[in-house]
Ligand binder design. Structure first.
Ligand code: ZN
Length: 403
């Protein structure tokens, strides 16, 4: 007798394990989708950051180009100044040479004059008489006498003129030297600006390098997130296939249509859906659009007295989400159905959810009670139909699918 009880117990445990294992295997994909969405948000954020970095980098590169142009402009100006300075230097040394030549000429003339004056003087007392005696007359004498003094005057004037020329050359040389000094100053100024520009350019080039590294780092992060999302996609697909396989397995067991635990009733639509609430409350009080014209995304069952009424699975399927929120949908359940559709039931009474993620449910099975949790102004069932993959953006009008 005790053996039989033990056998029965083992059988019971085995049954529970057999039933529970595949059910718990197909967990919800919603957490994976949330993760994916978070990654995508981060990707978008990084892309924007990268765009900002790239813009700053391009701006800096442009600045570097402008500075490079300025530097080469200054270098050209410096080269021009160098040419001018070289020319001036050549002119200055030419003038120095000329001054020396003039000096030599002056010295020579002075020597000659001195010699002549000395000769004239030495000859003086005797020669005037000689001049007089050898002259053919007083006129001749006078002209000979003036000839001597005339020569002296001409010589003095020549010397004067040489001296003047020398002074002019010296002045020209001084002017050239002043010009050269100005050019030297200008060159030094330009060189100092060029050095400053070179320093700015180096700093900006370093900045470009830094921004390029930032850019690469952020791109790497984007790539990694994209890679992570690829893995998540694969995992989501795998989970969806698990859910489908689970639905298939249940269908093969033959309990797919009626559902032995079904408590809901009413007519079945062409899509295989029943109403998600008892027939007495199966009245749509708000359609796909609010009276304001704003998109609603689902329909509401909000007849009087609906509070606490059971909420039914409109068709067999696997629960992919069962969440109790105090905002948005409030207590809500999402079910994946064999036809690839998803249904959502929202605002259930607090604590009334009686299914869990990954659980198989039959058509008409109660999943919770009508309530007013989350973003709701009064007791009603908010009901949505979604196309694969069951996300918010895949909501469709539920009415054609209902009886
Ligand atoms: Zn609603």
């Amino acid at each position: 007798m005790r053996k039989l009880v033990l056998k029965l117990l083992i059988l019971l445990v085995a049954l529970v394990v057999i039933i529970q294992v595949p059910v718990s295997m197909a967990a919800s994909t919603s957490s994976l989708e949330n993760q994916k969405e978070a990654n995508q948000d981060k990707i978008d954020e990084n892309k924007q950051k990268k765009e900002e970095i790239t813009a700053e980098k391009n701006q800096t590169v442009q600045e570097v180009e402008e500075i490079t142009n300025q530097i080469s402009n200054y270098e050209n100006q410096i080269a021009e100044l160098d040419t001018k300075i070289n020319t001036l230097n050549a002119e200055i040394s030419e003038n120095e040479k000329k001054i020396e030549e003039k000096q030599a000429e002056y010295d020579e003339q002075q020597e000659l004059l001195e010699k002549r004056l000395v000769a004239s003087y030495e000859a003086g007392e005797t020669s005037y008489l000689d001049f007089l005696l050898s002259s053919d007359g007083i006129i001749d004498f006078i002209s000979n006498y003036f000839l001597v003094t005339e020569i002296a005057t001409t010589d003095a004037e020549l010397l004067d003129s040489i001296e003047k020329q020398k002074q002019e050359i010296e002045e020209a040389k001084t002017n050239l030297e002043n010009d050269k000094k100005e050019l030297d100053t200008s060159k030094a100024e330009k060189q100092s600006v060029a050095v400053e520009l070179q320093e700015t350019k180096s700093a900006k080039n370093a900045k470009v390098q830094e921004l390029t590294e930032d850019e690469q780092a952020i791109q790497k992060e984007i790539d990694e997130l994209a890679e992570a999302n690829k893995s998540l996609d694969a995992e989501i697909l795998r989970k969806q296939q698990q859910i489908q396989a689970q639905l298939q397995a249940q269908a093969n067991k033959g309990n797919s249509s009626s559902g032995s635990t079904s408590t809901g009733g009413g007519a079945v639509s062409n899509s295989g859906f029943i109403y998600p609430v008892p027939s007495a409350y199966a009245k749509i009080t708000t359609g796909l659009y609010y009276s304001s014209g704003q998109y609603h995304g689902g329909v509401d069952f909000g007849s009087g007295g609906i509070n606490g009424q059971p909420v039914y699975a409109v068709q067999e399927g696997v629960v992919v989400t069962a969440k109790a929120l105090n905002y948005s949908y409030g207590n809500h359940v999402i079910i994946a159905h064999p036809n690839g559709l998803y249904t959502l039931y929202a605002h259930g009474q607090a604590g009334s959810i009686r299914v869990s993620e990954g659980q198989y449910v039959s058509r008409g099975q109660q999943i919770m009670n009508v309530g007013s949790t989350g973003n709701s102004t009064g007791p009603h069932l908010h009901f949505e139909v979604r196309k694969s993959p069951g996300t918010y953006s895949n909501r469709v009008n539920p009415i054609p699918y209902l009886p």
